[in-house]
Design a protein around this ligand. Sequence first.
Ligand SMILES: CC(C)(COP(=O)(O)OP(=O)(O)OC[C@H]1O[C@@H](n2cnc3c(N)ncnc32)[C@H](O)[C@@H]1OP(=O)(O)O)[C@@H](O)C(=O)NCCC(=O)NCCS
Length: 344
Amino acid sequence: MTEPFIRAIEDRDIEAVVQLWHDCGLTRPYNDPYKDISLCRSSGHGEILVLEEAGAIVATAMVGHDGHRGWVYYLAVSQDRQSGGVGRMIMTSVEVWLAERGVAKLMLMIRTDNLAVRDFYLRLGYEIEERAILSKWLEEPASDTAPMVHSTIIHLAMDAPPTSPTPHPPAGLKTSLIRAVQPTVSFYRWLYDTVGAGWTWTDRRAMSDSDLHAAIISNSTEIYVVYVDGVPAGFGEVVRYKDINEAELMYFGLVPEYIGRGLGTYFIRAMIDIAWSGEPKRITVHTCDLDHPRALANYQRAGFVAISREVELVPDPRRVGLPMPPAPEDRDYPSVVHLPVRGE
Ligand SMILES: CC(C)(COP(=O)(O)OP(=O)(O)OC[C@H]1O[C@@H](n2cnc3c(N)ncnc32)[C@H](O)[C@@H]1OP(=O)(O)O)[C@@H](O)C(=O)NCCC(=O)NCCS
């Protein structure tokens, strides 16, 4: 086999490159990949690097700088060549490309739930920086993709394990809590879609099967399902951030038929105990005014303290078949406005 080599994209590569981006789940309805390629190539301070092997394009990275920092987009490795060092190889070329132009620092953005890619970059020596990303469309995106829903997110944290005894499951409910090790995408989708339908949980509904699979089998994610008499009644996830020694409860919720039966208090506490079992220095969770109105109070009662809040724009849920939620002023979430938030 000929040795792989990295070079700048040429016109004849464009179709293969766009196909690779589609296959890797990197294309979005609001980004025209052909326009992105053309703009990068004509910018004078960007390049699309391709890794060619035996006549085929097996990896790409769009690299450029803004006169200060370097940025990378469209990092893609063909699925049959992933986990073989190709991603590292092309990222090395990206770094060299920028260093040769005097750029001292490389920045990149990933979705917060894309744990596989996050772990890849951590392995390559990248660090997570706490920053808010602000953006503004200068060209109207297609109307059905415009961000439409305002949501107030409350971030909560707990710095020591609870000292009170763990409550028993509600009497009369034969309850078991089982970790779903390597869940299938179909089972996970049922859990996520059923639990999240009433609370405008859209992000994982919108993911491709391959992205979702990568997220739910990630080493840092543990998924637990609570059963009542053998029937799934809810699920929750613990994400362990080893680099900062923290754990986060994510996507915690009950199937609608099991809400209001006393299961939530037991289940939250059981998940908190699991999160602490890894001996992190802190555990975190976030909730928002699209969640169940009692979610925030339940977390606070379980020992979490609100540490910050932020307003986020989430994409139109109708894109993934969910109805629009009530306007912020009509949401049944009274405690948000008056919530004492540390640091304010
Ligand atoms: C992310 C991606 C570019 C990684 O490329 P790759 O060729 O599979 O990665 P490599 O084999 O070069 O891995 C480099 C290192 O990262 C580690 N790594 C890769 N994926 C990892 C993961 N999910 N978890 C932990 N470590 C990971 C590897 O073990 C390797 O470590 P080592 O060299 O110290 O042994 C590739 O999987 C991909 O194209 N994914 C789909 C597109 C995508 O999500 N792009 C990023 C957009 S933000």
